[in-house]
Every structure is written in structure tokens, then in C-alpha cells.
Design a protein around this ligand. Structure first.
Ligand code: FES
Length: 273
């Protein structure tokens, strides 16, 4: 059993949990993920790692309530346990000294960007982080991102905090300062990652995105997480979750992620009652 040792409410529907999982913490790297199940009957959810502490043997995850299983997890309290906590899974981020990098997190996507920004900073990069949220109350982990970045730009859709607009406006503001950007990591809703990739493609800036499709086994056997990347079928769980954003077929990914919408709505309705 994997015990929750710390719980923090980051926003109305976004919760941070630090979980005892020493074997996972021993090997975890930025960009990797875990698959968790709250109880024997809940579905398996992939969650990208927000932080790891090898000394304490803990992994920190951040989850947004979007349906049945995520609702169960966000209700967990300190002392509660997960029945399944498998990982680390996937390919780690290619951390090297690129020069100046942008680390972009949209919504709950700020969480997986955090260890990547820290790793890139430790590798000698100048890290400019762009954090996007719909509104000020949904912005998470600002202090943690400031601690691992040279500069932080905030954007909110409604202008309640930072720059009014989307993360692409944040990218434009960096470019307007004449800063040469060598690489970008963008993690958040698929539609946001698509916008960033479309923005940077004509500029020729290397853009890495982290895909989070439905997953079942997490070992490349079931095919549930398949994506089209550059005309080839890739499995997010073993080939990713990070991919070249200029090659990902985001429209197909969005279509596939909507497959179980009806079933999910029925299950969510039960747990909300
Ligand atoms: Fe089954 Fe990736 S989750 S192949």
C-alpha cells in the first residue's frame, strides 16, 4: 500500500499528494509518470510525476478532478493509501544544456513541468517559465516554479493575474525582447500543446510536448495509448510521454480521448451524488 503523507489543496479542484513509494522515488526522473489506482475497483490513471524525494522515499503527484476516478483520488486524506502505484514509467526528459529554454505549463500541466524546469536549470540552461491558467484562482505552483526558473511569466485567459491571454502570448513576449529561444517544453491541455506547436513550427524552435492519453497496462501491450507521431504509431506509455510537438497528430489524440466520454459521465454522476 502507498500511503499519502502530505496533502495540499492547490486550487478548488486541484490537489497535491505526496505519496510513500520508495522504490519509485529511487529511480524517478523528470518527464516520467506513474500509474495509480485508488482502490481495487477504480480505473488505472497515468499521472506525470511532479516531484520526487529519494531521501524520504516519496513521489509527489498533482491531480485535477475531471471524473470518477480523479474524484476519488482528490478526496484522499493524509494516511489514506493507493492500492496501486506503479512506476516510474516512460522515457525521461532529455536534459542537456540547450541554452535558453521555455518551460510552459497550462493548468494542471504546471506540475509535470516543474521537475523538467529544475533539471534543465541544473544542467545550466537559462529557464524562462510560462504558467497559464484560465483565471487567477486556478494558477498552481507559482512559488515552486519561481524557485527553479530564471524568470516566470504568468498568463490568464481572463486577465485576473499576469498577462491577459494564452501561453502563446507569453512566448511572443519573450521573442519580442529579442531573446533567442533554443527549446521549449509545453505541457497542458492537448489544445494548448497544439497551439504552442503551431506557433513554434514556422519559427523552427524545437518543441517537446507531454501526451497523457487513456492508458491501461502502461507497458506497450494493450495499444490504448497509441498516438500518431510523424505518420508513425507510437505508444505514449513506452515511447513517450514526451514527443516532438511538431509531429504529433493532436486532432486524432483529442478524438481518441473523447471515446469514453459517455461512460465517464455516467460513472462521475454516481460518485458526485
Ligand atoms: Fe497500453 Fe500504452 S497503455 S500500450
Amino acid at each position: 500500500m502507498y500511503k499519502v503523507v502530505k496533502r495540499r489543496q492547490l486550487a478548488d479542484i486541484i490537489t497535491l499528494l505526496e505519496v510513500e513509494a520508495p522504490e519509485v522515488a529511487k529511480k524517478a526522473q523528470p518527464g516520467e509518470f506513474v500509474i495509480v489506482r485508488q482502490n481495487e475497483e477504480s480505473e488505472r490513471i497515468p499521472l506525470t510525476i511532479m516531484d520526487f524525494n529519494r531521501d524520504k522515499g516519496t513521489i509527489t503527484i498533482v491531480i485535477q478532478e475531471v471524473g470518477y476516478s480523479s474524484n476519488l483520488i482528490t478526496r484522499m486524506q493524509e494516511g489514506d493509501s493507493f492500492v496501486t502505484f506503479v512506476g516510474p514509467l516512460g522515457q525521461a526528459t532529455e536534459i542537456e544544456n540547450y541554452g535558453t529554454v521555455l518551460c510552459i505549463g497550462g493548468g494542471v500541466g504546471v506540475a509535470p513541468v516543474h521537475p523538467i524546469a529544475r533539471g534543465l536549470k541544473e544542467a545550466g540552461n537559462k529557464v524562462i517559465s510560462i504558467l497559464g491558467a484560465r483565471t487567477k484562482d486556478l494558477l498552481i505552483l507559482e512559488d515552486e516554479m519561481r524557485a527553479v526558473s530564471d524568470e516566470v511569466i504568468i498568463t490568464t485567459d481572463d486577465g485576473t493575474y499576469g498577462m491577459k491571454g494564452f501561453v502563446t502570448h507569453g512566448i511572443q513576449s519573450v521573442l519580442d525582447q529579442g531573446i533567442k529561444v533554443d527549446a521549449i517544453w509545453a505541457i497542458g491541455p492537448v489544445v494548448m500543446m497544439k497551439s504552442v506547436a503551431n506557433f513554434t513550427r514556422p519559427l523552427g524552435i524545437k518543441t517537446i510536448v507531454s501526451m497523457n492519453p487513456v492508458m491501461v497496462d502502461g507497458t506497450g501491450m494493450c495499444g490504448a495509448c497509441r498516438l500518431d507521431v510523424g505518420g508513425e504509431t507510437k505508444f505514449a506509455c513506452v515511447d513517450g510521454p514526451e514527443f516532438d510537438g511538431h509531429k504529433v497528430d493532436f486532432d486524432l489524440a483529442m478524438k481518441r480521448s473523447a471515446f469514453f466520454k459517455n461512460e465517464e459521465a455516467v460513472a462521475y454522476g454516481k460518485v458526485k451524488c
